[in-house]
Design a protein around this ligand. Structure first.
Ligand code: NAD
Ligand code: ZN
Length: 242
């Protein structure tokens, strides 16, 4: 493990365009469950599997039930950034890291101070009325209400997150692919890499150091020059930014 951390440090030292690509595993050390770990949401028992509930059609036809699950399992108003979020923000400040590309919707990278954050799946901190488009920033419209959150116009307010069956934002895709193709180092962390199209964007990487930091195996372990099985906050906290 220590030799691997040393190798990771050396790669960081050599690189000037680091891009981080992450997922739900980045926030588990902040107390937010992921989907596919042992205590992730997929292992818990519901009437429907999470990807069914968090889908466009379920949202449209069973909006009430969607919001029950969403408030209960996907909103963590008190969550704070952990060592992984903080180190990535530090690396950006030091001029080493150019972008965080995340599948997470919790806003914790920004809260830690990261500036260039590309949210492939949107954010729970943005909401809008489906009728008039009025925006409701923050979580108040979700946590301060019960049932289906309503706009002042009477319309239904929905989160600005990408549900299953919905497309990703074109501009976010373009900028993500651009960063990845320019990167000299790509760190993949805390993601099972099974959600597409997001996971496919890492194929644009042409740089020197490909790193995977994840608790369980991923499809890219074979292609990576450094694979660290461990908690990403614990791993990254050992890295010096400068
Ligand atoms: P996933 O649940 O499919 O996979 C998480 C991966 O992270 C697993 O491989 C697990 O072994 C690993 N992991 C867990 N804790 C870790 C840690 N401390 N350090 C290192 N690795 C750790 O998550 P995914 O790949 O992001 O895909 C799930 C989808 O669910 C995403 O699209 C995302 O939008 C959504 N989601 C988001 C959040 C969030 O915003 N925090 C939480 C749950 C789900
Ligand atoms: Zn409205």
């Amino acid at each position: 493990m220590d030799a691997k951390i040393e190798k990771l440090q050396q790669a960081v030292n050599e690189s000037n365009y680091i891009v981080f690509f992450g997922g739900a595993g980045v926030s588990t050390e902040s107390g937010i469950p992921d989907f596919r770990s042992q205590d992730g949401l997929y292992s818990q028992k519901y009437k429907y599997p999470p990807e069914t509930i968090v889908s466009h059609s379920f949202f449209m036809y069973r909006t009430d039930e969607f919001y029950d699950f969403y408030r209960d399992k996907m909103i963590f108003a008190d969550a704070e950034p952990n060592a992984a979020h903080k180190k990535l923000a530090e690396l950006e400040k030091a001029g080493k890291l150019k972008a965080v590309i995340t599948q997470n919707i919790d806003g914790l990278h920004q809260k830690a101070g990261s500036r260039e954050v590309l949210e492939l799946h949107g954010s729970t901190l943005r909401n809008y009325c489906m009728d008039c488009g009025k925006r409701y920033d923050g979580l108040d419209i979700i946590t301060g209400t019960t049932g289906i959150p309503k706009c002042s116009c009477g319309g239904t307010v929905r989160p600005d997150v990408v549900l299953y069956e919905e497309g990703l934002d074109g501009d976010v895709i373009r900028r993500s692919v651009e960063h990845i193709s320019k990167a000299d180092m790509l760190i993949i962390g805390g993601t099972s890499l099974v959600v597409y199209p997001a996971a496919g964007f890492i194929d644009y990487f042409r740089g020197k150091h490909l790193v995977v930091i994840n608790m369980s195996e991923t499809s890219r372990d074979g292609a990576a020059d450094i694979v660290i099985k461990g908690k990403i906050g614990e791993v990254l906290s050992q890295i010096r930014a400068e």
